[in-house]
Design a protein around this ligand. Structure first.
Ligand SMILES: [Mg+2]
Length: 214
């Protein structure tokens, strides 16, 4: 029986901004930094903002400087505007999740995203994704990140759900494998239609389970 649904955001509710858009390229260009070096340094340092240890603006400034820029800090408003301009919300995924909530489901709905607090806040102000969930299990809030087992331990504790009763949905195969190793059932999905398709499968399975109990 599925009691908790653990839903990734980047690649599931939204596009993956740093991987799929020109965000880093345009950021590097504005500050005279090398885009490849910027990405390389960010890959090494993104954990600091994902686990809430540092503000994403500070990490970006450090990475830009390491990639050839010379700045004290990023221009906050310009950087946030560029980020928001790069974000694409997946309407069908939002609708599917909203309908599930409005159905009065007894599922615990948990956001299970590696994200900077500032980016979550910025997206929430524009798209309101946080209110779709009972549990905000973003990495910045749990203080650890996917695919670490500790992430799943903390997230499931927040959901008050044993691993075998949870279903995890993510676009990153590494995270899906990690969830399965932890004993959580997991679906690998990709693209805007992935979540709606997964939720309709879940609906069908729950209906069948209910019928079997009657
Ligand atoms: Mg993702």
């Amino acid at each position: 029986m599925t009691r908790a649904l653990l839903v990734d955001a980047g690649g599931v509710l939204f596009n993956n901004v740093t991987e799929e858009t020109d965000f880093l390229l345009l950021l590097a260009r504005k500050h005279g930094a090398d885009p490849d070096e910027l990405r390389r340094h960010l890959d090494q340092r993104d954990r600091a903002y994902e686990i809430g240890r540092r503000h994403v603006h500070e990490v970006l400034a450090d990475c830009l400087n390491a990639a050839g820029a010379n700045l004290v800090s990023v221009e906050r408003d310009w950087t946030d505007a560029l980020y928001l301009d790069s974000v694409r919300a997946y309407d069908a995924a939002f609708t599917a999740l909203r309908l599930l909530r409005e159905s009065g489901t007894d599922l615990v709905l948990a956001l299970a995203n590696n994200e900077a607090e500032h980016w979550d806040d910025l997206k929430n102000a524009h798209y309101g994704h946080l209110k779709l969930f009972d549990v905000i299990g973003s990495s910045w809030r749990l203080g650890t990140e996917k695919p670490r087992p500790e992430y799943f331990r903390r997230l499931l504790a927040a959901c008050d759900c044993p691993p075998g009763d949870a279903l995890f949905i993510d676009d990153n195969p590494e995270n899906v494998d990690a969830a399965r190793r932890y004993g959580v059932r997991a679906l690998h999905i990709t693209g805007p239609s992935g979540l709606p398709a997964a939720l309709s499968l879940l609906d069908r399975d729950r209906d069948q389970g209910r019928a079997a109990c009657e």
